[in-house]
Design a protein around this ligand. Structure first.
Ligand SMILES: [Zn+2]
Length: 165
């Protein structure tokens, strides 16, 4: 059995500590971002919210996993981009990242950017999920080029994505 396979198996056991579904009662509304926990899922759906309210259902109020990660400063994805285009094509880069993030957030509303810092030729991003950091890194590489390097922590669920020109 290859080493990579073992690592993957091992990593699957690493859990997102904020995703314990038993710690939320149905329905819960996040006072920070308005997401609703209903039928074991987090939804951005005002229709469902209104329907439940019309039925006189009482909402629990508790921060969603994404808002808790942001408050605790606990990213699951870190993406660093070092390239000339960070300086020269900043607006295009920002637009691409916004588009990718909006698309992923629509798919899963718990996918968020927690931090985004521009330096001279360096861009530093923290995300609430591993998936989003990887997705942004891949999309930027496709559009602007560079070499992607991905590493995983073996102690906690955390991905580091480096993109260098
Ligand atoms: Zn929230």
């Amino acid at each position: 059995m290859g080493k990579g396979k073992d690592t993957r198996k091992y990593r699957e056991k690493l859990k997102d500590p904020y995703m314990d579904k038993n710690s939320y009662r149905d329905p819960t509304i996040c006072p920070g971002c308005g997401l609703i926990f209903h039928q074991k899922r987090w939804l951005k759906d005002e229709k469902i919210a209104h329907r439940l309210k019309d039925q006189g259902v009482e909402f629990n109020r508790k921060d969603c996993p994404a808002c808790r990660k942001i408050k605790d400063n606990y990213p699951l994805g870190i993406l660093e981009i070092e390239a000339e285009y960070v300086k020269t094509k900043r607006e295009e880069l920002k637009n691409l990242i916004t588009n990718v993030t909006e698309r992923e957030e629509w798919r899963n509303p718990l996918e968020r950017i927690m931090k985004l810092n521009f330096d001279e030729k360096r861009l530093y991003i923290e995300t609430t999920t591993e998936h989003l950091a990887k997705k942004i890194g891949n999309s930027v590489r496709k559009a602007f080029g560079g070499e992607l390097k991905i590493t995983f922590s073996d102690k906690q669920k955390l991905i580091r994505v480096y993109l260098k020109e």
